[in-house]
Design a protein around this ligand. Structure first.
Ligand code: NAD
Length: 335
């Protein structure tokens, strides 16, 4: 099977490409390197195949995508390419609507025209907004609280309608909080655009690049007062895409799946686990609540277990140890 992987030089995409090759599949990567370093390509080829095809281009550009289909026998599409920062999407919403919607329209249209039978889409737990209950199930109302979340929900609607009309089996994967890195320590999360995800910031504190971590709010009604998230290893997510490529979703089936561990971790529990994994202190400072922050979110992954046979296998200490191996290797100039 040859899969077109848009955003395949990015964080989750690059790990998924390694999982595809480990399972004996081929991939063609399409990335415009707006949020990935070009050096990732050589590392990715060394982890997969020297022949891995990488196209430097835009997923929203119909001509570029058509040429990929002309040059390769594409069986499936995994569409990661998107802008993904919640706060940035509030500042520049049109940039988010333009990139995220144009790219899904181009990909879905071309894939349908070329008779592709399988489409996998990167969605996010942000579509739920503040969940009405916990754990979060796929059937709960989706009420995104940011333009970024709104783009993801709109993409889901576009793909649902396209699947019903064309018969293209479509898996919509709502990731919770991806963490960790490839066990080789050679690829990991290395954004160009300033990221605000918790674990990369914690790692910068461990490295000494930042003096302390700002913890936003310790007076929520949670175990220790800090926010709760469902951290999931990026290699577990990568393997989730493999199962979504081959599971029977029914004719024209379009199914939504939560991908998380099903367990919530507070910010302070994460800080303690990171100090353990890195062997470094993680000084932190409590600051006020950040407007718009969701207090608690963790996934019910029953459906992914039942229909995809997928379960997250890796623990929080493993996620943090793998991420530390990657970032400390980068800091030493090894990558
Ligand atoms: P990433 O920024 O590391 O990867 C996205 C890649 O897409 C980048 O390499 C970027 O250069 C590329 N890209 C963006 N727009 C493009 C375009 N128009 N054409 C071609 N390439 C383009 O992000 P990630 O963390 O790997 O996220 C992958 C997907 O998963 C995204 O759709 C994101 O919204 C979704 N997601 C991420 C998280 C997370 O916390 N990382 C959580 C939930 C969902």
């Amino acid at each position: 099977m040859t899969t077109l992987v848009t955003g395949g030089a990015g964080y989750i995409g690059s790990h998924t490409v390694t999982a595809l090759y480990a399972a004996g599949h081929d991939a063609v990567v399409l990335d415009n390197f707006s949020n990935a370093h070009r050096g990732v390509v050589d590392v990715l080829r060394s982890l997969t195949s020297p022949d891995l095809a990488v196209v430097d281009g835009d997923a929203a550009d119909r001509l570029t995508v058509e040429q990929i289909f002309d040059n390769h026998a594409i069986d499936a599409v995994i569409h990661f390419a998107a802008h993904k920062s919640v706060p940035e999407s509030v500042d520049v919403p049109l940039r988010y609507y333009r990139n995220n919607l144009d790219s899904v329209l181009t990909l879905a249209e071309t894939a349908a025209d070329r008779g592709v039978k399988r489409f996998v889409f990167s969605s996010s737990a942000v579509v739920y907004g503040t969940p009405p209950a916990l754990p979060v199930t796929e059937d709960m109302a989706a009420e995104p609280q940011s333009p970024y979340g709104a783009t993801k929900l709109m993409c889901e609607q576009i793909l649902t309608d396209a699947a019903a009309a064309t018969g293209m089996q479509t898996a919509i994967l709502r990731y919770f909080n991806p963490v960790g890195a490839h066990p080789s320590g050679r690829i990991g999360e290395q954004p160009i655009e300033a990221g605000q995800n918790l674990v990369p910031v914690v790692m910068r504190v461990a490295l000494g690049e930042l003096g302390r971590l700002a913890v936003f709010g310790d007076d929520y009604g949670t175990r220790d007062g800090t926010a709760v998230r469902d951290f999931v290893h990026v290699m577990d997510l990568a393997e989730g895409h493999l199962t979504a490529l081959t599971a029977d979703l029914g004719e024209g089936g379009c199914r939504v799946f939560n991908l998380g561990t099903g367990a919530g971790t507070t910010v302070l529990e994460l800080v303690a686990a990171a100090a353990e994994a890195t062997g470094r202190p993680i000084p932190y400072e409590i600051e006020g609540r950040r407007p718009g922050d969701i207090i608690e979110s963790w996934a019910d992954c029953t459906r992914a277990g039942a229909e995809l046979g997928w379960h997250a296998r890796r623990s929080l200490p493993e996620m943090l140890a793998d991420q530390w191996r990657f970032v400390s290797g980068c800091a030493d100039g090894a990558v």
